[in-house]
Design a protein around this ligand. Structure first.
Ligand SMILES: [Mn+2]
Length: 330
């Protein structure tokens, strides 16, 4: 019996499922939630999605996003299974983590190498490009029909987590599943237009302000970029709209590691995203600050003013770039 059988059996025995995912929802989280909820409904199960925080406007082209609960207040009391998607630990669920119904089994479905295997059943596939890819396999195993609605959710998950099929996690499996989704009635134009061919003028203005802050370090091997609360306020934008911004410093020739920092609402709290182009394990760097993720894409939060957080993070990346200089094993 493999992991997928165990997961399918657990789901088959339940009738009312809560789906949830990490704070600051991304395309993999929202797309996977919507696709799995649709599949579960097809199988005659009640599926309810609640996260700690709203669905970013970018993803509202998918049907059903307006029915997704955005705070613990929307949790109901009748769940017999909780499925957590795309989250390496319970902490990532924000306020939901302490509000989960006592005694209800938790199924953890994730692809982060930093996943701590929480939950009664944990299905963690670090080779999966996205949770969306895992949900595709799960829905097939459960015998659900891949409808156009499910297809657009899974496509969103796979396309965003592979960075439009540019990142090194773009596997044969990810592309095969995407081809299958096209065959199942995926509206590729609708998804791609919303995700990649349209940006608000405000977001473009934010991008211009952010680009002014780009700095190179370690002889051009590290590029950093940051955004302040003031920039978000001036442009009327939200950090939720900037999930691809780390690609800007990453795209600079010669850069091995890109770092994006922005101020969170709470004073002196900064969110950091790391992307690695080469063999630098940015998950290990993020872990030094209590974060995690994947080897080439990771993140953390730091309780320091922006400029001090940036200095600390750059020092840590420099040490990771040159382990021999600091006595660490490569
Ligand atoms: Mn993911």
């Amino acid at each position: 019996m493999d992991d997928l059988d165990r997961v399918a059996d657990l789901i088959a025995s339940k009738s009312s499922v809560l789906l949830t995912s990490h704070i600051r929802l991304d395309g993999d989280a929202v797309g996977s939630e919507l696709a799995l909820a649709d599949g579960l409904a097809q199988l005659g199960k009640k599926a309810h999605i609640v996260n700690d925080g709203p669905v970013p406007g970018l993803y509202t082209y998918m049907n059903g996003t307006h029915e997704i609960g955005a705070s613990v207040r929307e949790l109901r009391g009748d769940y017999d299974l909780v499925i957590v998607l795309d989250s390496s630990d319970r902490e990532r669920l924000g306020g939901i983590s302490n509000a989960l119904p006592q005694g209800t089994p938790v199924l953890n479905i994730d692809h982060h190498s930093s996943n701590d295997s929480f939950g009664e059943v944990a299905w963690v596939d670090v080779h999966a490009s996205s949770v969306g890819e895992m949900i595709y396999r799960l829905l097939r195993r459960l015998g659900a029909e891949i409808t156009p609605n499910i297809a657009i959710g899974l496509y969103t998950a796979i396309a965003t987590d592979t960075g439009r099929f540019l990142h090194s996690n773009t596997s044969p499996e990810a592309l095969k599943i995407t081809a299958e989704l096209l065959g199942c009635g995926l509206d590729l134009t609708k998804a791609n237009n919303a995700l990649y061919r349209c940006t608000s003028f405000n977001l473009l203005k934010l991008r211009m302000l952010a680009e002014e802050t780009i700095a190179l370090h370690a002889g051009g091997k590290i590029a950093s970029m940051h955004m302040t609360k003031r920039m978000f306020a001036e442009t009327g934008t939200s950090p939720l709209d900037t999930q691809e911004f780390v690609e800007i410093p990453r795209s600079i020739e010669g850069v091995s590691v890109a770092v994006l920092l922005y101020e969170l609402k709470k004073p002196n709290q900064v969110k950091v995203s790391f992307r690695s182009n080469e063999d630098v394990d940015v998950c290990a760097v993020a872990k030094q600050f209590g974060g995690g993720g994947h080897v080439r894409a990771a993140g953390c939060e730091i309780d320091l003013p922006l400029n001090r957080a940036e200095r600390r993070v750059i020092q840590a990346v420099e040490a990771a770039l040159c382990p021999s200089c600091h006595g660490a094993t490569p």
